[in-house]
Write a protein that binds this ligand. Sequence first.
Ligand code: MG
Ligand code: MG
Length: 249
Amino acid sequence: MRRAGAVVADVLSKLQEIAEPGVTTAQLDHVALEMTARAGADALFKGVRSPQARKPFPGAICASVNDEVVHGIPSETTVLQAGDILSVDFGVRLGGYCGDSATTVAIGRVSPDRQRLMDATKGMLDVAIAEARPGVRWSQIAGKMQRYVEAAGFSVVRDFVGHGIGTKMHEDPKVPNFVSEELLADDIYLTEGMVLAVEPMVNAGSYHVRTLANGWTVVTKDGKCSAHFEHTIAIVRGGCEVLTRKEQG
Ligand code: MG
Ligand code: MG
């Protein structure tokens, strides 16, 4: 899973570097596919089916711009503009094991409000990484994440949650980014060896979302911006190891 995570980290780091005004999300998708093939890995999202969508997901990456929350389809007609925020979600399988990560990137200069939304969402993921260790209940972490981002004036998307990950991209348990009756009734204790994809999605306005007619792209109902950060983390003795973070230097 470290190896799969490293490929995901490399690809996302490259995409972050080349995502700039004038670039299309299809170009980013192309680079991701090439790098994945060169690493001997398989892109996880390409060809995934959804009950709501007639066609399987066509991209290697999900590229969601501004009010798009998740599952944006890479397109030759989506040209990035200065001031946009772009959420890129990407995953691979390598040697039978999966890695999954997402980041939101500023295209050119973005407004202070958009920057604050991105910072708060990344900060919310950092809260989870700081708190995750064996013996902690997930609801404790979810509560801290939720309070952190709501204190900044933003809202946590309810319709999508993080997940266990292993030989499959989506495994048990669900790891929501907010506390609900359902979570409290079915809480989990983190244990050594568990691997989770933690992925807060945060909206500038209300948390309500809707899915476009293509059956994939999820957008905010109020048209305000959304950000998404995700890491695959392994619970280890005394803390967690982030498997999808690019090593410095
Ligand atoms: Mg993901
Ligand atoms: Mg995920």
